[in-house]
Design a protein around this ligand. Structure first.
Ligand SMILES: [Zn+2]
Ligand SMILES: [Zn+2]
Ligand SMILES: [Zn+2]
Length: 204
């Protein structure tokens, strides 16, 4: 009997097959799967969809907000009302922001490097007072270095600098970063393995 309740809940209210026709003399149902497969669904079985203007004409809904959105987009071309001082306790002049971190807050160079210890491939911009615009800066220019083979912030006692131009191709662009390989372990871990362990794919 429990089986017949479950099947009737699956079927629509519209006229369908007579389930009692499959009832045997002793009160059980047989071949219910075959019965539901034979039922022919019609357009009337599909519940009506609620229609919204935002889904039918999304641009029409956005139109009243056009100026406001464009103003806010233009705001990203400037300092966006950020304070001239770094919000961190250092209080130094704030001229750097990251395109890959949210909030768009301006920091001083030391704080932006400190904040990116584990994110050397983020794109940094510096506010130019002379040109009233943002120019691209790399984190390595600002002093960020990456140490392989050790916990973040723990330099290797026998570290070895990589080639001068250590270039990384990433989803957000091409980066030159300053990296150091570890040479304090025994046996030494090959450079390409150190790269793989840090999440970089070595290129010849
Ligand atoms: Zn960032
Ligand atoms: Zn700061
Ligand atoms: Zn080491």
């Amino acid at each position: 009997m429990e089986q017949s309740v479950a099947v009737s809940a699956m079927l629509p209210d519209t006229p369908g097959p007579d389930l009692t026709a499959n009832k045997t003399a002793d009160g059980d149902f047989n071949d219910l799967e075959g019965t539901s497969a034979e039922y022919q669904f019609t357009q009337d079985d599909v519940p009506p969809h609620t229609r919204y203007e935002s889904s039918d004409a999304p641009m029409k809904t956005w139109l009243p907000f056009r100026e406001e959105y464009l103003d806010e987009l233009s705001r990203w071309s400037g300092r966006g009302g950020s304070s001239s001082r770094c919000p961190a306790p250092c209080g130094k002049p704030a001229a750097f922001r990251c395109k890959d971190c949210c909030l768009g807050q301006l920091l001083c160079s030391a704080c932006v490097v400190k904040h990116h210890q584990g994110m050397p491939l983020h794109r940094i911009q510096e506010w130019s007072l002379d040109h009233a615009r943002f120019d691209r800066r790399s984190l390595s220019e600002l002093g960020l270095t990456v140490q392989f083979g050790h916990a973040m912030g723990r330099p290797c006692a026998r570290r070895q600098s990589a080639t001068k131009d250590f270039v990384v191709l990433h989803l957000n662009g091409i980066h030159k970063i300053s990296v150091f390989f570890c040479h304090c372990q025994h046996p030494e871990v090959p450079h390409h393995v150190q790269l793989l362990r840090a999440g970089f794919w070595p290129a010849p």
